[in-house]
Design a protein around this ligand. Structure first.
Ligand SMILES: [Zn+2]
Length: 259
């Protein structure tokens, strides 16, 4: 039975994965992400339900649009499969015990899914536009604050430290609004500082933070080496930070320790 549950989790993950590609495309353009139906970016044909089944649609159409035959980027498939895998791994990382789940594990898992959604959107948008989308970050901060309030109410968590992170975030948001007014632009380093504060407020454990830093350095190094070949000089730090954060939370929760 547990295996069926894991397959269900995998499928749920692939649905999230296909939502990410849609949201990463629509949010920066200011388009609606929930109501309007998906369409092919090449021929603009509206996609039917049978075209929107994660993984299976892609495979059955051999990676091409049903209506115009143009190839669909393979990263859609990769993202869907990866998201499915992340959901399966998080089942073990959050120690869910099938079939009797503890309320606490479920709530932590939901908090992680919100963290995962926030980071996937941030990394997707940053990779494309070199910009940390503040709307997405705000979603992450609000959901994380709700989780902290839950821990405070039921687990006697001390909110002092989280309060400091929130104050730092508030100051950074104010600074950003100020710069937007004065210079009519938002500065990337400020966005990165906001993102970092958000990540630290969620991860909140020295062990995982150090692990995250190591992963961050490795990915940055790989990126720089690859960039030498491609001659593209802007490093999407938001992308790398979000990716390392997801990885260090999952690996850390699976029990891996650096020291
Ligand atoms: Zn098409």
């Amino acid at each position: 039975m547990e295996i069926i549950f894991l397959i269900m989790l995998f499928c749920m993950g692939t649905v999230f994965g296909s939502f990410f590609t849609l949201a990463v495309y629509r949010i920066p353009l200011g388009l609606d992400i929930t109501h309007k139906r998906s369409f092919c970016p090449n021929c603009n044909h509206r996609l039917e339900f049978k075209d929107l089944i994660p993984v299976l649609s892609y495979l059955s159409l051999k990676g091409k649009c049903r209506y115009c035959g143009k190839p669909v980027r393979s990263r859609y498939l990769i993202l869907e499969v990866l998201s499915g895998l992340v959901f399966v791994v998080s089942y073990f990382a959050y120690k869910l015990t099938f079939p009797f789940f503890e309320v606490e594990s479920i709530i932590s898992l939901i908090a992680f899914v919100m963290f995962y959604v926030t980071n996937c959107l941030i990394l997707g948008i940053d990779k494309e536009y070199i910009k940390v989308e503040k709307k997405v970050l705000l979603f992450g901060i609000i959901t994380n604050t709700l989780y902290m309030l839950y821990l405070y109410t039921f687990n006697n968590l001390n909110l002092y430290r989280y309060g400091i992170y929130l104050v730092v975030l508030l100051i950074l948001f104010c600074l950003d609004t100020f710069f937007l007014k004065k210079f009519k632009k938002s500065f990337y380093f400020l966005q990165i500082l906001m993102l970092l504060t958000y990540e630290i407020s969620f991860i909140n454990e020295i062990n995982k933070l150090v692990l995250g830093l190591v992963i961050f350095l490795v990915i940055t190094l790989i990126y720089i080496v690859l960039n030498r070949i491609k001659k593209n000089n802007k490093i999407p730090f938001g992308f790398i930070i979000s990716l390392s954060s997801i990885m260090c939370v999952l690996i850390g929760n699976l029990g891996f320790k650096l020291f």
